[in-house]
Design a protein around this ligand. Structure first.
Ligand SMILES: [Zn+2]
Length: 174
């Protein structure tokens, strides 16, 4: 039986020139804004980003950082080259989240399709999609965008965080 290691899987530093462990003396790309650089604050085990001004606590044994000035706890593990989001048990995709996402995607579209089936609109000209089919497709697409937005917000995907931060800066700092 092998015990699970608390350290991330990583190549041997001697064999990989690109590998850089997480240390307080280093500079690392910011996992929140993806544009700034993280540097340790003086006499503290905290990194700060010179661009987005977020602060992240550092856990050197596990090579992880955790954002401290956010309502949601978000952790990243440094792999030696890039950040990897660490998901807690509550942030993993569960069957319930899958069912809710599937319901949000399918139920409204099914309602639109049933309405078009029961009360068929005027027949479409030859070569064009019937209105009810087109409307059902648009409903699936619109709710798909909603589901993707909700999942990106819940799982704090880096691209979502960067877009949110950019929108926040644009609306408050300009
Ligand atoms: Zn940043």
């Amino acid at each position: 039986m092998t015990l699970p290691s608390q350290y991330p899987d990583r190549p041997t530093p001697l064999l990989d020139d690109q590998f850089r462990p997480l240390t307080l003396g280093g500079t690392y790309p910011c996992p929140l804004c993806l544009q700034g650089q993280l540097q340790a604050m003086l006499l503290m085990e905290v990194f700060s980003c010179q661009r987005c001004r977020h602060m992240l606590t550092v856990d050197l044994p596990t090579q992880q950082v955790c954002v401290v000035d956010s309502p949601q706890t978000i952790r990243w593990r440094w792999t030696g080259r890039a950040w990897q989001t660490v998901r807690s048990a509550t942030q993993r995709i569960t069957p319930t989240i899958g069912w809710v996402a599937g319901g949000l995607l399918c139920l409204p579209a099914a309602l639109v399709w049933v309405a078009g089936y029961i009360f068929p609109p005027l027949p479409a000209p030859p070569g064009e999609l019937p209105f009810s089919t087109l409307w059902t497709g648009l409903t699936v697409m619109a709710h798909g965008v909603l589901v993707v937005w909700l999942l990106a917000s819940y799982y704090q995907l880096p691209i979502y965080l960067a877009a949110t931060l950019r929108a926040w800066k644009y609306s408050y700092l300009s």
